[in-house]
Write a protein of this length. Structure first.
Length: 278
DNA sequence: ATGACAGTCTGCGACTGA
């Protein structure tokens, strides 16, 4: 159609690029976030760990760059947001299954238009350490709720992308030191088994679908020179249902933001979805 | 080497994260 092409859509050629990034405080990271939005110009950005209530989100700076915005925030910790060049229709701002859970870790919205309509979720799965604690139980329960919800989403005839910080390294090849991390909540069989259960539902790990290599990471600890040594973990993921996977173009980890001053300890992962072919 | 991280607010120390 003759619709005007918005700035930043050139690389997508009518498709759209969806990125997930744990920014570790949207206020502390605002210059980094704006630099990234200006240079990469994703059509959709799924942010985690904004660490502020929705009313404190730097809305104007984002909207000035042509993004619509949806936020599920809370004071001090957690918090997720979705930025999109096209309007957002929020579907839910909490993960169903536990009315008593007030942590802001899940936000789901429908965005895109015409042949590029897509349902996206920005999710921040609990860390779960130390293993054996109530935090670990919360992580596994949260993952069980995500599995149940992901199953209900399969009934929809639309593309679905569940993106964010899963706090799970799916396999030893996603960890710089698998032996050292064997008993960590990010690598435990209980965590990995639930991640695999998502794949068994039919969701596709977009990065793994496009890359066979091991030793590619999305997170590097601030301490002990982990970034300079490239000692990290791949824990941020884009999971695609079949409708989305059928449209999957490239999927890449953008290491650029991790190397900048005042960086988050995570870096973005993004994928490109082409137009629906029908 | 008496060190070597970075957010948050309960704020000059404690808590959380991965």
């Amino acid at each position: 159609m003759g619709r005007a092409t918005a700035p930043g859509r050139t690389a997508a050629k009518g498709g759209l690029r969806i990125a997930a990034w744990n920014v570790n405080s949207v206020k502390a990271r605002l210059p980094n976030l704006l630099d990234w939005l200006d240079s990469f110009t994703p059509e959709v950005a799924l942010l985690q760990e904004i660490k502020c209530p929705a009313e404190d989100f730097p809305r104007l700076e984002i909207e000035d760059r042509g993004y619509n915005l949806a936020v599920a925030g809370q004071k001090s910790y957690n918090g997720v947001a979705i930025l999109s060049k096209t309007p957002l229709e929020v579907a839910r701002d909490r993960l169903p299954g536990d009315e008593g859970d007030d942590q802001a870790r899940y936000l789901e919205a429908v965005t895109g238009s015409g042949r590029t309509v897509v349902r996206v979720a920005s999710l921040y799965l609990p860390n779960g350490n130390p293993v054996g604690s109530d935090k670990f139980a919360y992580k596994l329960a949260w993952m069980d709720r995500l599995l149940a919800h992901a199953r209900t989403l399969l009934a929809l005839d639309e593309a679905v992308v569940l993106g964010g910080d899963y706090n799970i390294a799916p396999a030893d090849g996603d960890v710089y030191d698998p032996e050292g991390w064997r008993d960590d909540a990010l690598c435990r069989p209980e965590s990995r088994g639930r991640f695999r259960a998502l794949l068994h539902l039919g969701y596709v790990d977009a990065w793994r679908a496009r890359h066979a290599e091991v030793g590619a990471f999305t997170y590097w600890d601030y301490q002990q020179g982990r970034w300079n040594r490239d000692e990290g973990l791949r824990i941020d993921h884009l999971l695609l249902n079949a409708y989305a996977a059928d449209r999957l173009g490239g999927c890449e980890i953008d290491r650029g933001p991790r190397g900048k001053p005042k960086a988050s300890d995570h870096t973005p992962v993004w994928c490109e979805l082409g137009d629906a072919g029908w």
